[in-house]
Design a protein around this ligand. Structure first.
Ligand code: ARG
Length: 559
């Protein structure tokens, strides 16, 4: 049970929703005055009364019960003391009963949500720029699923464009099958890079012709293209496996080749298409935006054209309630244009398209990111972080079993957590040292806390929850945190912000450690206290595991 909601439901304020009240209720840093507090300052404006008066009115009207024991107005705050035993019982029982389902709900039952994420480019390196979309999208996918939504994960592959003509031309001139089979994506990429450096005008010409051949269904050109695509995907899928990411559809840009003409026709029929220097555009000037380019003067379609076709296809195929695009903020304008054009076409569902924008990730380690012309491969970042994790683990615990397996969970987890810990729109700088700090706000800190809990449970066993136990300060702080998990998951979904869950994990782990250091668990003062503390340990572990599963990060039992 979430006490914030319980309290909010018993308060009525003119012009303020229960939801807003619940969100305003906080846990005071010093809990001697109360377990929860409602600051009334922000209501003063709406209600035209002083905060102190509002607090007094709320307190006077509040009906106490066996859950809420005392209600006191103090300087514009209402302080609530709750029956700790009651909350502890209710929360721990529920966590035990629901286990890995604790925090899940049926909120999204009957609703479908499409999530376009990761969306890598064929024959291009999977670089650090795709980390956030992959981590965020994967987390959102699992979060919505956890909340009962039917989720469709879509990898809108970048597999369309003249670069594939260039690639074929490069292959024809310099390619070697054996090298490509062996070098995989790196060999293909090298061909592409070489083309961009060395191609003659003749080769450029040839590349355009190859691209045309792919488009017109030429057998050989398509076979080559499919080969390059297969190699890229098998490479990318290995990384997805490490990150625990899955897709329901790999329908990329090319998939829409034959679905663009109907869109162009519809735009024409609706009088939205205009000529501009030979190109076809939709004028968006009235909305303060640059025009949306639909067809170039040579008749070629554009990125936006394919996104228009893709949105319509997704609506027809999945009948989504929401369709998310987890894409960097650099594409803000692109999505604004696409959404606007769909709206102008009269698609009422255009309002259900959401660009979930995020900031840039760079590496603190400058040497790697500035290697001339080269990009930082995600694969390299993962391997490097796992390597460093192995070293740190070796120092901490040289006798650890399954070292490699644990290092993989810690290292990969640190990279994912790095992308998931801050408000998503912020630019972030990733540092291996910081990400692997056992005492920081890190995944490894949370993982280590879990290992501590595992070890306690292995030694102490799992006890029965004692009936009439009155939790102390540290125990109760932790329980309050646990009780907030379901609400945290809902808020993360509503705001498309998995960082709420990552932060929840660090906060909960900190509270657990405070409890661990302040209260004797295995040598508790009474049988009851011991049993209760073991139950609390088990519940904390359940929740941290649930939360990390949503983030796509594994938890080793020993560290
Ligand atoms: N492939 C694109 C890129 O790497 C991202 C595609 C995002 N999805 C979309 N429907 N446009 O930038």
């Amino acid at each position: 049970m979430d006490y914030k909601i319980y309290i909010a439901e018993r308060i009525s304020l003119d012009g303020v929703s229960k939801e807003e009240i619940a969100q305003t209720i906080c846990v005071p840093p010093d809990t001697t005055m109360g377990d929860y507090a409602l600051p009334c300052f922000k209501f003063a404006k709406i209600m035209r009364k002083s905060p102190a008066l509002i607090a007094e009115t709320i307190a006077a009207a509040f009906e106490k019960d066996e859950v809420i024991k005392s209600v006191m107005p103090v300087n514009g705050y209402v302080n609530f003391k709750v029956a700790r035993g009651g909350l502890a019982q209710a929360t721990l029982r529920r966590i035990k009963e629901e286990g890995e389902k604790y925090g899940a709900s049926e909120l999204g039952k009957g609703k479908t949500i499409c999530i376009d994420y990761s969306s890598v480019n064929i024959a291009k390196p999977f670089h650090i720029g795709h980390l956030s979309t992959t981590a965020l999208g994967g987390a959102l996918y699992r979060i919505f699923k956890f909340l009962g939504y039917h989720t469709v994960g879509i990898n809108h592959l970048g597999d369309y464009g003249t670069q594939f003509g260039k690639l074929i031309s490069a292959y024809k001139h310099w390619g070697n099958d054996e090298e490509i089979e062996k070098g995989g994506i790196h060999a293909i990429n090298a061909l592409y890079v070489r083309f961009n450096k060395e191609a003659t005008e003749e080769m450029e010409q040839e590349a355009r012709e190859y691209f045309r051949l792919i488009e017109s269904g030429d057998k050989e050109a398509n076979e080559l293209f499919e080969w390059f695509k297969r190699i890229t995907l098998s490479y990318v899928e290995k990384i997805y496996d490490r990150l625990h990411i899955k897709f329901d559809s790999y329908a990329g840009e090319r998939f829409y080749t034959d679905k663009m003409q109907p869109v162009v026709d519809e735009l024409q029929a609706k009088g939205l298409l205009q000529e501009s220097q030979g190109a076809k555009i939709v004028d968006l000037e009235p909305y303060g935006m640059a025009p949306c380019l639909i067809l170039r003067s040579d008749g070629a379609s554009l990125y936006a054209t394919r996104d228009l076709a893709a949105a319509i296809y997704r609506k027809n195929t999945y009948d989504f309630d929401k369709c998310l695009y987890v894409v960097a903020y650099q594409q803000n304008l692109h999505f604004k244009q696409v959404f606007k054009v769909l709206e102008l076409m009269g698609k009422e569902w255009a309002k259900d398209l959401v660009h979930v924008a995020y900031g840039m990730v760079s590496l603190e380690d400058g040497a790697m990111s500035t290697r001339q012309g080269n990009v930082v491969l995600l694969e390299d970042v993962l391997s490097r972080c796992v390597e460093k994790a192995a070293k740190v683990l070796e120092e901490k615990n040289p006798d650890l079993e399954n070292k490699a397996e644990v290092a993989e969970k810690v290292g990969v987890g640190a990279v994912l957590f790095g992308a998931l810990y801050n408000n998503k729109i912020k630019d972030i700088t990733f540092s291996y040292e910081k990400a692997l700090n056992f005492d920081g706000e890190t995944s490894v800190y949370v993982q280590y806390t879990c290992a501590r809990a595992y070890s306690l449970l292995a030694k102490g066993g799992k006890g029965e929850l004692p009936e009439n136990y009155e939790p102390n300060e540290q125990e109760f702080d932790l329980i309050k945190s646990l009780a907030e998990f379901p609400e945290t998951v809902r808020a993360a979904a509503e705001k498309y912000e998995p960082s709420l869950i990552s932060r929840f994990c660090v906060d909960t782990a900190q509270k657990f450690n405070k409890f661990y250091f302040d209260c004797k668990i295995l040598q508790a003062e009474s049988e009851e206290a011991r049993a209760f503390r073991l139950c609390l340990t088990e519940a904390t572990l359940t929740i941290l595991k649930n939360a990390f599963t949503l983030l796509g990060i594994g938890i080793p039992e020993k560290m």
